[in-house]
Design a protein around this ligand. Structure first.
Ligand code: SF4
Ligand code: SF4
Length: 162
């Protein structure tokens, strides 16, 4: 969805959004109900999260908060192995995220994404997120409340519902 803004090479070199610390396991993508059956058919390991949504199972070996586990769909050489049509919405919009600031819907931007290396890329992404993409984001938030996350200091707010 954001391929006009980031090159696939940016993400292939980084893969930051495809591995998770135990303490940030809440960030794994909430899977849309229509994807779950299709992913189960492909034997993708899934688990129910505490908030009731379904996501990928992360294989942690210890209880350390700092231990990192890769998404089971990540290939370290090739990147995400899921075909585009099976990728969760949250993966397709990253580093944007639907969030809640108190009870207000906001669009968060993950500040440590290395692809946001200059002001013009940041501006292009912000314009796209608050323009052409906005109706799609709002529709997704309405249909998939589990994809709307609590605000977190790693994100800045680029749009707020009035
Ligand atoms: S953090 Fe940014 S550059 Fe890295 S994989 Fe995610 S979107 Fe791509
Ligand atoms: S499904 Fe793909 S893009 Fe999403 S976290 Fe897993 S490897 Fe990354």
């Amino acid at each position: 969805m954001l391929t006009d803004i980031f090159t696939p090479a940016d993400c292939a070199a980084c893969k930051l959004c495809c591995n998770f610390h135990r303490c940030s396991a809440w960030e794994t993508p909430a899977l849309e109900s229509e994807l779950i059956y299709l992913l189960q058919e492909e034997c993708v390991p899934l688990e129910k999260r505490q908030d009731g949504s379904t996501s990928f199972y992360l294989h942690f070996c210890t209880n350390s908060e700092d231990e990192v586990a890769n998404c089971p769909m990540l290939d370290l050489q090739r990147g995400c192995t899921l075909p585009r049509e099976l990728r969760p919405f949250e993966c397709r919009i990253w580093p944007l995220r639907l969030m809640k600031d108190a009870s207000t819907l906001v669009i968060g931007l993950y500040q440590n994404c290395p692809a946001l290396k200059d002001d013009s890329t940041l501006q292009k992404l912000t314009d796209f997120a608050t323009g052409q993409l906005l109706p799609i984001l709002l529709d997704h938030a309405k249909k998939h409340p589990h994809a709307v996350r609590e605000m977190n200091p790693a994100y800045s707010i680029i749009w707020r519902e009035k």
